[in-house]
Design a protein. Sequence first.
Length: 128
Amino acid sequence: MNRRNTIQRTLVLETVNKLKCHATADEIYDSIVKEHPNISRGTVYRNLNYLSETGEIRRLEIPGGADCFDHLCHKHYHARCIQCGHVFDVDMEYLPNLEKNIKDAHGFEIISHDIIFKGICPECKKSS
């Protein structure tokens, strides 16, 4: 089914591209609603799902936290601060064949991977 591009979808995509910070759906909604108070949270969430399914943005599933949305769609790794929860890009070459090194995956057919490193960001290190 061919879905039409809506003003709301464009607004959500532009906001993710403008924020450039691995924002959560709530953060994206909060940014949009400041200038467009009539947009609903559900509309923002639906469009984030659609844009991530079509590959226009990238959804990062954060263990123990809210999913984040990345404006960079190429495969790359991330680091998450264990104190403030912010997510950052990691300057590291993506390992496309990492799945081939897995010896026993209990019958899983591994098709891709995401790696999120944990640590403490420079801002949190400064304040502690």
